[in-house]
Write a protein that binds this ligand. Structure first.
Ligand code: ASP
Length: 346
């Protein structure tokens, strides 16, 4: 009897004291499927109108997002790199005045446009970013040059512009970014600021606005994830304010072992909560899958503190998350079998 009891204790110790241990080690949510390649894009979270009068404008957004998917898909399905897909897709969106990035960048307090962008590779965690640039036509291209051709991660202002010139990146006059719509919106925000007596940021003044930042995360057939983000920031930003978009770990992050992420929303919160890196950490250290992790951060952590925004992410198997706590987020996704673009919740 005593021998049997000792044998039982020994077996119990060998198999692990906690009978749940085996279950837990196999419980970790595996991605639903492994896709050969995949790409997810966003054109900003916000509060777009879903009424019939807005249908034409919304259809235009959907058509542009669809063209972006075609650009990325053509690169990825022909064996191109996720780096090329992300840079080409974001550059295309930067050239469209309908987004708050590149050409369509919003105005700062002084009536100028200051742009931010970043890009990160998930294979070696190398990254590049520019912030507060006023004359770089496509900030994402400059961010890529920082990644490949400098010892640094983040360059700002005039220094970033000097570097871009050396790298033969196209420079433009700050007027290139002028649009009447964005300038008029700055005047509206300034008026609101005057009457309220406190610093108002565009996104907060009117909950009908979309943020319009752009982002892209791609997984190529070599298994490499790249994530990038580009923005004009927030209307009426002051004192050379820099948001989350060019901050690695806040607005952008990529790690082949976990996921790639691009965020949009009021950047101060995404910086304080290191949202993009947090996505990667959650996948690394918990059982949650990419969609659950994104929901936890966007509709949990950030919603609880009234921080508006969203994120897109792709896990290492090409499964996507597209979470937002606003009423809309311009977004799209492709893998070899699936393709869609959307604005509002399902
Ligand atoms: N996150 C950007 C920023 O705070 C703005 C945005 O996504 O619309 O600069």
């Amino acid at each position: 009897m005593r021998f049997q009891f000792l044998t039982f204790i020994l077996l119990f110790a060998l198999l692990g004291c906690n009978p749940k241990t085996k279950d837990e080690s196999t419980k970790k949510s595996k991605p639903a499927e492994k896709h050969k390649y995949a790409m997810v894009i966003h054109g900003g979270a916000g509060y777009m109108n879903d009424n019939p009068a807005s249908k034409k404008a919304n259809d235009l957004y959907l058509a542009v997002l669809d063209s972006v998917l075609t650009i990325g898909e053509t690169i990825l399905k022909n064996g191109g790199t996720s780096m090329d897909a992300v840079v080409e897709c974001i550059s295309f969106m930067e050239d469209k005045p309908i987004f708050n990035a590149g050409k369509g960048a919003v105005f700062n307090h002084e009536g100028e446009n200051e742009l931010d962008a970043s890009i990160m590779k998930g294979d070696d965690l190398n990254a590049g970013a520019v912030a507060g640039v006023k004359t770089i036509k496509n900030p994402i291209k400059a961010a890529k040059e920082v990644l490949f051709n400098s010892r640094h991660v983040l360059l700002t202002g005039q220094g970033a512009q000097d570097f871009a010139k050396i790298q033969n990146i196209e420079l433009v006059d700050n007027n290139y970014f002028y649009s009447k719509k964005s300038f008029d919106y700055l005047q509206q925000v300034l008026k609101e600021e005057k009457s309220s007596g406190k610093h108002s940021l565009g996104a907060e003044v009117e909950k009908t606005k979309k943020h319009g930042t752009v982002g892209c995360v791609a997984l190529d057939m070599q298994g490499n994830i790249v994530a990038g983000t580009s923005t004009g920031g927030l209307t009426n930003k002051k004192f050379n304010r820099v948001g989350d978009s060019p901050i690695i770990g806040a607005g952008t992050y990529a790690n082949n072992k976990t996921c790639g992420v691009s965020c949009t929303g009021v950047g101060e919160f995404f910086m304080r909560y290191a949202i993009a890196h947090e996505m990667s950490s959650i996948l690394d250290h918990t059982d949650l899958n990419v969609e659950q992790a994104a929901e936890k951060l966007i509709n949990g952590t950030l919603k609880n503190i009234d921080a508006a925004g969203g994120l897109i992410a792709l896990d290492y198997a090409g499964n996507a998350a597209m979470s937002f706590n606003t009423t809309s987020m311009l977004r799209g996704y492709i893998n070899p079998d699936v393709r869609y673009v959307k604005i509002f919740k399902d």
